[in-house]
Design a protein around this ligand. Structure first.
Ligand code: HEM
Length: 156
C-alpha cells in the first residue's frame, strides 16, 4: 500500500510540476512571441481550463497519498520507539505542499474565474490583469514545488 501510495504521489507531482514547466518555459513565451493579445487570451484560457482540471485531481491525490505516507511512517516510528517522529524534510513537504494547494485554490477559484468572466465579456485589460495574477501564482507554485521536493530528499 505504501509503495502504491508513493507511486501515485510521484505521478501526481510529475503531472503538476511538468505541466508548470511546460507552461512557463515553452507555451507562455511562444504565445507571447507569436500571438496578438486576444487570440493569446483565448488560447491560454482553453489551455488553463484543461490543465487546471488535471491539477485539481493531482492536488486531491497528492494530499491523500501524502497524508498516508506521512501517517504510516509516523505510526511506525511511534510503535518502534515510543515517539512519533518523521524527518524535518517531510514536515517541510507537508507545509510547502499545503501552501501550494492554497495558492492553487487562489489561481483556480479567484484568478481563473475572473479571467473567464473578463474574456466572456470581452474586457481585455481585466483579462490581462487576471492572467498576470495567474502567472505570478504559477511561478510561486513552481518554486514552492521544487523546494518541497528538495526538502524531502535533502533535509533529514
Ligand atoms: C500536503 C501535502 C503533502 C504531503 C503530506 C506529502 C508527503 C510526502 C512524504 C511523507 C513523502 C516521503 C515518502 C517517502 O520517502 O517514503 C513525500 C515524497 C514526495 N513528495 Fe510529497 N507530500 C505532499 C505534497 C507534495 C507536493 C505538492 C509535491 C509536488 C508537487 C510532492 C512531491 C513529492 C515527491 C516528488 C516525493 C518523492 C521524493 C522521493 O523520491 O523520495 N509532494 N511526500
Amino acid at each position: 500500500m505504501y509503495d502504491l501510495a508513493k507511486l501515485l504521489h510521484l505521478v501526481s507531482a510529475i503531472v503538476w510540476m511538468g505541466g508548470m514547466t511546460f507552461m512557463l518555459f515553452a507555451l507562455r513565451p511562444a504565445a507571447l512571441a507569436l500571438l496578438e493579445p486576444q487570440p493569446r487570451a483565448r488560447l491560454m484560457g482553453a489551455v488553463w481550463q484543461r490543465f487546471f482540471r488535471l491539477v485539481l485531481v493531482a492536488v486531491v491525490v497528492l494530499f491523500a497519498t501524502g497524508s498516508h505516507l506521512y501517517t504510516t511512517a509516523f505510526k511506525a516510528a511511534k510503535a518502534a520507539t515510543g515517539v512519533g517522529s518523521v524527518p524535518l524534510g517531510w514536515n517541510l513537504m507537508l507545509g510547502l505542499g499545503l501552501l501550494m494547494m492554497l495558492a492553487f485554490g487562489h489561481i483556480y477559484f479567484a484568478g481563473f474565474a475572473k479571467f473567464r468572466r473578463a474574456v466572456a465579456a470581452a474586457e481585455w485589460p481585466q483579462a490581462a490583469q487576471a492572467a498576470g495574477q495567474i502567472h505570478k501564482l504559477v511561478v510561486l507554485n513552481f518554486v514552492l514545488g521544487w523546494l518541497a521536493i528538495a526538502s524531502v530528499r535533502l533535509v533529514h
